[in-house]
Design a protein around this ligand. Structure first.
Ligand SMILES: Nc1ncnc2c1ncn2[C@@H]1O[C@H](COP(=O)(O)OP(=O)(O)OP(=O)(O)O)[C@@H](O)[C@H]1O
Ligand SMILES: O=C(O)[C@H](O)CO
Length: 525
């Protein structure tokens, strides 16, 4: 009887695992790709990353190995698209140690989160944190300016025994405008708009923004002196550069105006600048340097921690991929460059990984040549190619190649789309052709849930895309010429390939997943 019971117990213990294994095996690769994407987003949810980074035990707060004593002395400010969820979790953890707070968030975000079932990211009615909405269309406006003024006021009133907790995420630059007088808000807006319109990168844009602002480029940390400053940063910039994310308001920097002039000259804007901007840039030094503030004091007073990033999203995706029976490899969290080149790279990697015999050496050469164009280091490409071939030779089933970043689209048409949908369409075409990789699946999605001005985050494609489109009378190249990827995917098979997670409340750029069946399901290449 005892043996029967123990057999029964062991069978019941294994049952959930068996059922799970069976359920996983029944899941299509497309469904698995969607689950892996959801896990990437889940791993960088604002509440999740704040919970991971703030450890509280009584009145002791531990952040990134540094401890702070809580004595109802914590003031909270924040700015960016994801700080609402970060603030509500911080308040849950820190309770009444928060004296007061102000966060600057995009117009309509509270309603949008409520409508997307993300009510837990909103602040309660009794919250000590005030939420101010501004920066309509991602442009600094009078509302964002008022929020920035309130944030500056909080910071300047702090004493040595206070702690300023600063929550930072993408979109923070537009939500914290505080131009150095005599520059007006309109003049600052004009400079940023012209730069963005001329194709300046976020690095170039923020180099200029932080030189014209009282709060960016370390200005906020400077205002908060002598209080301690703890900044928690959700990164939306490749490489997670603290001085550039939201233009680095808590990162002390000493810069003369030379590098700013270089950017302005590059885009031929130096002659058309407003007189006020020229006056500010004419000053020898834009901000008090470390020596004026006491270098050691500055460095121990301000703590900046990246708590969420594309790399962290990819780690979370990797764990989920493994649970779903896939073999994860991270290619890079820094993919950039034109979507055409990025699509080309993924197409080549797919053919390389799926080739039934050793792939020709020129394929590897072409892959390595594309690296610098798309921000991927040669050693990452070497490693990925080696792992892909090992997986193939040893019959390891499906490999999930994961990458992230923010490629760019050359906008030449008038259609609707986004960089993720356009990338997915281009990769779908790369996987097709004369010898289609029918079973290879590619997903590209924006972690904020919104790809360009559409309600989709991206799309999922495979080697059968072209044939499917053709059979439905859709000419993919016409859609591509008109940057109309959203219309393409909406019309193809009633939109089944669109990725529609809704607004996610976070933003760490985009995630790309390439699922490569390394078994012999492919025709000989
Ligand atoms: N029709 C289109 N087809 C392809 N891409 C488009 C189209 N229209 C806009 N885009 C791209 O969408 C991007 C802007 O959308 P979105 O707001 O999602 O990105 P973002 O500015 O990087 O913001 P975030 O960092 O919050 O994702 C730009 O990169 C732009 O080139
Ligand atoms: O706000 C900004 O400056 C951009 O989102 C980059 O962080």
């Amino acid at each position: 009887m005892a043996r029967v019971l123990s057999l029964y117990r062991s069978l019941s213990l294994h049952r959930p695992l068996c059922v799970w294994g069976l359920a996983v095996r029944r899941m299509s690769l497309e469904q698995r790709a969607q689950k892996v994407f959801a896990a990437a987003v889940e791993g960088v949810q604002p509440d999740v990353v704040v919970r991971r980074s703030l450890q509280r035990s009584g009145d002791c707060l531990l952040v990134d190995g540094c401890s702070f004593t809580l004595r109802h002395n914590l003031h909270l400010v924040g700015f960016g698209k994801a700080v609402l969820g970060m603030a509500s979790e911080a308040e849950r953890i820190l309770g009444d140690h928060i004296v007061r707070g102000v966060i600057s968030v995009p117009v309509g975000i509270q309603e949008a989160l409520r409508n997307h079932g993300k009510g837990h990211m909103l602040l309660g009615a009794n919250s000590r944190i005030e939420v101010l909405e501004g920066a309509r269309h991602n442009l600094p406006d009078a509302d964002a300016r008022r929020a920035a003024d309130r944030i500056r006021q909080i910071a300047t009133e702090l004493t040595e025994s206070d702690i300023l907790l600063v929550l930072i995420s993408g979109g923070g630059s537009a939500l914290l405008p505080s131009p150095i007088p005599p520059i007006s808000l309109e003049e600052k807006q004009e400079v940023t708009r012209k730069l963005a319109g001329a194709g300046a990168t976020i690095q170039e844009l923020n180099t200029v923004r932080r030189a014209l602002s009282q709060l960016k480029g370390g200005g906020l940390a400077h205002c908060a002196h002598p209080a301690k400053v703890v900044a928690l940063v959700l990164s939306d910039v490749i490489g997670d550069p603290l001085d550039l994310i939201a233009s680095g308001p808590t990162v002390p920097f000493e810069a003369g105006p030379e590098e700013v002039w270089q950017v302005l000259e590059r885009y031929r804007l130096n002659d058309s600048l407003p007189a006020s901007v020229k006056e500010v840039l004419g000053q020898a030094k834009l901000r008090p340097g470390k020596e004026e503030m006491g270098e050691e004091v500055e460095e121990s007073r301000v703590l900046n921690v990246v708590i969420g990033s594309n790399g962290i999203a990819l780690q979370s995706a990797g764990r989920c991929a493994r649970e779903l029976g896939l073999r994860p490899i991270v290619l890079s969290p820094a993919v950039c460059g034109n979507v055409r080149s990025v699509a080309n790279l993924y197409g080549l990697l797919a053919r390389f990984g799926c080739a039934t015999v050793d792939p020709p050496a020129e394929w590897a050469q072409q892959i390595l040549q594309l690296g610098p164009e798309v921000g991927v280091e040669s050693w990452d490409l070497y490693r990925a190619m080696r792992v892909l071939r090992e997986g193939h030779d040893e019959g390891w089933g499906v490999t999930c190649l994961m990458a992230g970043g923010e490629p760019t689209v050359e906008l030449i048409g008038m259609g609707r789309g986004g960089r993720n949908q356009e990338l997915a369409l281009r990769v779908g075409l790369e996987l097709g052709g004369e010898r289609p990789l029918q079973d290879t699946v590619f997903l590209s999605g924006g972690t904020d849930g919104q790809d360009g001005p559409t309600d989709a985050a991206g799309a999922v494609t495979d080697g059968g895309l072209q044939e499917e489109a053709h059979s439905q009378g859709l000419d993919s190249s016409n859609f591509l010429l008109n940057n109309d990827s959203y219309s393409f995917f909406s019309r193809l098979s009633s939109g089944r390939r669109l990725l529609l997670p809704g607004l996610t409340g976070t933003n760490v750029m985009d995630v790309h997943l390439l699922l490569l069946p390394t078994s012999s399901t492919h025709p000989r290449q």
